[in-house]
Design a protein around this ligand. Sequence first.
Ligand code: GTP
Ligand code: MG
Length: 556
Amino acid sequence: LRPTHRLLSCPGTVAADVKREEQSSRNVETGSEDRTPKKKFSEVQKERREQAQRTVLIHCPNKISEKKFLKYLSQHGPISNHFFYESFGLYAVVEFCQKESVTSLQNVTRTPSMDTEAAVPFKSRFFNVKMKNPSNQTSEQSCIQYSNHTPPSSKKLSELLCYAESIDDQLNTLLKEFQLTEEDIKLRYLTCSLIEDLAAAYFQDCTVRPFGSSVNSFGKLGCDLDMFLDLGEIGKFNTNKTSGNFLMEFQVKNVPSERIATQKILSVIGECLDHFGPGCVGVQKILNARCPLVRFSHQASGFQCDLTTNNRIALKSSELLYIYGALDSRVRALVFCIRCWARAHSLTSSIPGSWITNFSLTMMVIFFLQRRSPPILPTLDYLKTLAGAEDKCIIEGHNCTFISDLNRIKPSGNTETLESLLKEFFEYFGNFAFNKNSINIRQGREQNKPESSPLHIQNPFETSLNISKNVNQSQLQKFVDLARESAWILSQEDKDRPSPSGNRPWGLATLLLPSVVKSVSLAKKKRKKPASERIKNLLESIKSSSPENDTNTNGK
Ligand code: GTP
Ligand code: MG
């Protein structure tokens, strides 16, 4: 179970320049098509990382005076931003203007004395604050107002979609409701930064970077937090730093392969998180996977974390997706819609298996948008031709070069609506020759399948690999059937669209509510029934969504 996040923004204390900075990076992250220059992926990462390093996480008593709390903390230096959230208790994320304030706070913080248990001492940036005189403070507590940042329940979502004015409006609503909030993004970078403090005990100067949907702009609220332990300089073997007659090398322990080295590093970090990591619970070392990882829950933030190392290509994939997401505002709206649609119909799952993954679905949307006429997205090969000398990037022999400055990529002249793109997406993949063709975003056109997996999506950087090798024939067939079904539902929508009175599901609402799709599908099979009866069926299926069916639509 993921804890809910109830977030409270406190704009009053945000310094104006920091606020402006955030505003402009938020534009990049939402992919909106304003003409302000968009930041490079590496710039966003660097800024957020630096921000996280001067931020602390504090577990607070429920009855706390916000004013006094902030005043108390400001003794250590000015605060540039803060917010509260709830996750098994009340937490505050406090961002100081300077990193030194954190050290100052750490210097006055004590290790708790335990009655029955013993503490493993560790000076982290995750604190507990207690009140010396709780009775004095309760009166001001009422000024704290919570805003809820959990993804909407199916019921709420259905209402929002029914009241929207057009299918385009529905797709944008879905994006707005599910995309990561500014606070959620900050908490993700902070969590990585806290884990980095722990890993640095073993590997000085290491970096823990978020990747995957937390940073590629396609993350839905509640998605996992993928982290990459970057050993940077320490991990590089060929740097020749000194001049003169001698060459100095570290004495190191040798192991038979790179994979074994990765496993050993992750094993020790896993132990470290398990034994010393405040708030890290349920640590699992999954070292025999194709990409070895340590999975754990960071209880205070509520994130399910996957920590990997030696995984630079995945970080590069995140950058590529970030660029695609920022090039045109229709990209993210469509990807969110397809991710939600796939989740609603159990095409994707948080459990690994023969299901299609969100990563594969995103690639399919990108490929589809490259195939439009005129194309909405450029091919990866084209992005490579735009790259400058500073963009050159070879990882483990794979050419991962593409342009990093997305302001230099010409916007598409294509003006198709989201509604038409969605319908075309379902039609395109409902009729795609999966048996003989491979999806290839590098060239932006179908290729002959090099092997017999039911679904073949070429890994854009390790081009001999298939990112959807896990998908079996029956899951692919389910995807195709649902795509056809959805294309049909959308074409019917054209014929009898209701006036948006909000009392019956239409457009996206019918696509995202499995019970409705089932009943529409039934209605399709018995098409002789009068329209009034079909509508009655629809209404009944909505009514029958009892409260226990009203689960959050979060997760992958
Ligand atoms: P969520 O479902 O929201 O977590 O999406 P995600 O994009 O974060 O996917 P996931 O957590 O499964 O994987 C994290 C990242 O690892 C992806 O964004 C990709 O960059 C990379 N990745 C995942 N699966 C594959 C794969 O099969 N092959 C390769 N090369 N990279 C993958
Ligand atoms: Mg992920």
